[in-house]
Design a protein around this ligand. Sequence first.
Ligand code: MLT
Length: 274
Amino acid sequence: MGHYKIDNINLFISERGTGQLIVFVHGFPFDHTIWDRTCNVLQNDFRVIAPDLRGLGQSELPDGWNITPMEQFADDLHFLLPRLGIGEKRGEKIVICGLSMGGYIVMQYARKYRNELAGLVLCNTKTITDSPAVAENRRKQAAGLIDGTLELRSIADAMIPKLFAETTSKEKPEIIQELRAVIESNQPAGVAAAALGMAERLDTTELLGELEIPVLVICGSEDQFSPPSEMKPLAEKAKHGTFAEIPNTGHLPPLEQPELFANTLKKWIHSLPQ
Ligand code: MLT
């Protein structure tokens, strides 16, 4: 647990356990805590690392910074890992797992640094770009956050009803309150920079088809952002793809069903070639 300086800013990282390294990359506009419950399950078997991305959670944004491309987030992680003593042992490879925006980021990691990867996990995400309307909406959102006409509370109000499965809303309302607090405590400038970065991201579908590494595609059965019907084809597109659907779950399986999510991941990691 701690802060590490990269590019003159402090990035926060939660770290625990020993063994095969798994790096968890959160979505938008969240922070590392979406992985806490899952890491509680996995920490007995693996070394689990969950950073706050630049400008989100406890991680800083450089002065005057206004857009964070997905590639920049991936570069931050790449330069951060050696600081944690990772990659120093010959042949040590990591499993990297990204949820939603985190998925856009881990695809950039795979594009640039695939030799470092033992496996790639795409969780509730997509490989296509935004439609022009979605991209425009993100630009408006970023402008509103910067000029103060849009509050993070309004972003939480708009997102939360679509994020969770019915079971979660009924049986685990505390999770929803926790996530609301995470969204509302973020820095508007960091959220705006990530939104602009997402709006200009490139399509990575063809890249997915070229990767030689094992890919696990996981999704919640009730996800409205990246439904199973859109995620299953990603596993089929990958050369070495596996698909898993987590029942009674929306956009946030590591938070909504941490045991099931963690055990699915664990089983897949144990099946990877040594
Ligand atoms: C996320 O959870 O990261 C967002 O839904 C991603 C997006 O807005 O495309």
